[in-house]
Write a new protein. Structure first.
Length: 255
């Protein structure tokens, strides 16, 4: 199977359905797990599908719409006009959503994109604000490390003592400038929304991928889009800890 063939199959693989059990989808998913770039593309596609699904489910019909339709069902001309308007609206909305999805999923890397540590940090936090995908769900840290190594993501990381006290939930591999980024997931023990399993994320990337990252071993804390963060460097790795909560929690997990 080639990367193009896998991508064509995965485009039709709907999240949270039985599609993943179909032989073609299962084979394409297995192929993607060994290809960090393709896997990151599929994770982004899945996130968009889920976001669109949530938006559609949150839509409520205008108040009184049912009564209005029933009262006008006898007016043939009005009904015909409404049908034309409805079809036009659906066509426009569908076209916009399709164009947006294709733009998000298929746009090539921007040649003139500014590659900085701040941009990388924003991208990592944005990835977990959406519906992120763990390529491995496990509470075994050694199994997580082995999976990341097999996926060619940074696996020679050193975990802070505070994170070692948390329950691991799994890991994933993201992509930044065609470089793999290890994403380790933990649960702090705090209550989580339904279907959520993680509220603490650790990202590890090669320093060469973010050359302007702070060259400090003492973590620097801050906030990014509602997440408390800490960043530090060790050897040729850059670490980013992101926590849903305040900076007190970040400092606690670093101790």
């Amino acid at each position: 199977m080639t990367e193009l063939e896998a991508k064509q199959i995965l485009l039709l693989c709907r999240p949270d359905t039985g599609d993943a059990r179909e032989p073609d989808c299962a084979a394409a998913l297995e192929f993607a797990r060994g290809n960090p770039g393709l896997l990151a593309w599929f994770e982004a596609q899945t996130a968009v599908h889920r976001a669109l699904r949530r938006k559609f489910r949150s839509l409520a019909p205008p108040e009184g719409l049912r009564e209005q339709i029933l009262s006008e069902c006898g007016a043939w001309k009005q009904q015909r006009r409404q049908r034309r308007m409805g079809l036009a609206l659906v066509s426009i909305v569908g076209g916009v959503l399709l164009a947006l999805a294709l733009f998000l999923l298929e746009r090539p890397p921007r040649v003139h994109e500014v590659v900085t540590f701040d941009v990388w940090r924003q991208r990592m936090v944005a990835a977990v604000q959406r519906q992120y995908v763990m390529t491995l769900e496990s509470a075994d840290l050694e199994q997580i490390r082995a999976h990341l190594a097999e996926s060619r993501a940074p696996s020679d990381y050193a975990l802070p003592a505070g994170l070692m006290r948390l329950k691991p939930t799994g890991c994933g591999v993201l992509s930044w400038q065609e470089k793999p980024v290890a994403m380790l997931c933990f649960h702090s023990g705090r209550p989580l929304p339904p279907e959520e399993k993680t509220d603490v994320f650790l990202f590890v990337v090669d320093r060469a991928a973010v050359p302007d990252a702070p060259a400090v071993s003492s973590p620097q804390t801050g906030r990014v889009d509602g997440f408390a963060t800490a960043v530090w460097s060790a050897g040729d790795r850059v670490y980013l800890l992101a926590v849903t909560g305040d900076e007190r929690l970040v400092r606690e997990y670093l101790q």
